[in-house]
Design a protein around this ligand. Structure first.
Ligand code: SF4
Ligand code: SF4
Length: 173
């Protein structure tokens, strides 16, 4: 298994990531976590421990990272004020940089890019809006402008990024 001291250093240098250093492995985050109750393979305490140990590949290449529901319960109960759920975001971002965006999110991202709306309008949505006394027609943003923003911010690059070959890893970097 690759141990990356650079990974741990980078993570603990960010404003959010540095809170990981206060973790004393009590497991309170795992105890409150709804995703951990759903599947024993997802364990926020263990993810934090692996991050502290520098197990970069083990964390970033494991799709279980995406089981977090981002409910923020762990963040609220942590006695050490570790920003666990926010750290999950950072780890997911790093995972996406390695090309591990799950297909369901990739498809959602592509739909967003192509329509400038996360949920394109439908007759059912128009009917519901009418029932609620809202304008049935949702104003469409300018899709071309939106696409340009996606391209300039690098969003498109991420949704199209493919997995990095494992051979590119450098042991004990
Ligand atoms: S609750 Fe906080 S201190 Fe306890 S294991 Fe989780 S992150 Fe670490
Ligand atoms: S934010 Fe994620 S890790 Fe934290 S309690 Fe919720 S599901 Fe679990």
């Amino acid at each position: 298994m690759t141990i990356s001291s650079v990974f741990r250093k980078e993570l603990s240098e960010s404003e959010i990531g540095k809170t990981i250093n206060y973790c004393y492995q009590c497991g309170t985050c795992t105890g409150i976590c709804p995703a951990a109750r759903f599947t024993r393979t997802f364990n926020p305490r263990k993810i934090v421990e692996n991050a502290l140990l520098g197990f970069k590949e083990k964390i970033l290449d494991d799709p279980v990272l995406w089981n977090c529901t981002t409910c923020h319960s762990c963040l609220e109960v942590c006695p050490q004020s570790v920003l666990v759920s926010e750290i999950m975001f950072e780890l997911r971002n790093l995972s996406v940089e390695r090309g591990h965006l799950p297909e369901v999110f990739r498809a959602e991202g592509e739909g967003f890019y192509n329509n400038a709306l996360n949920i394109p309008s439908s007759p059912a949505i128009a009917r519901r809006r009418k029932q609620l006394g809202l304008d049935e027609n949702i104003t469409r943003p300018n899709v071309e402008d939106f696409k340009k923003i996606c391209e300039l911010t690098g969003f498109v690059e991420y949704i199209k990024k493919k997995e990095e070959p494992a051979s590119q890893e450098v042991a004990n970097e």
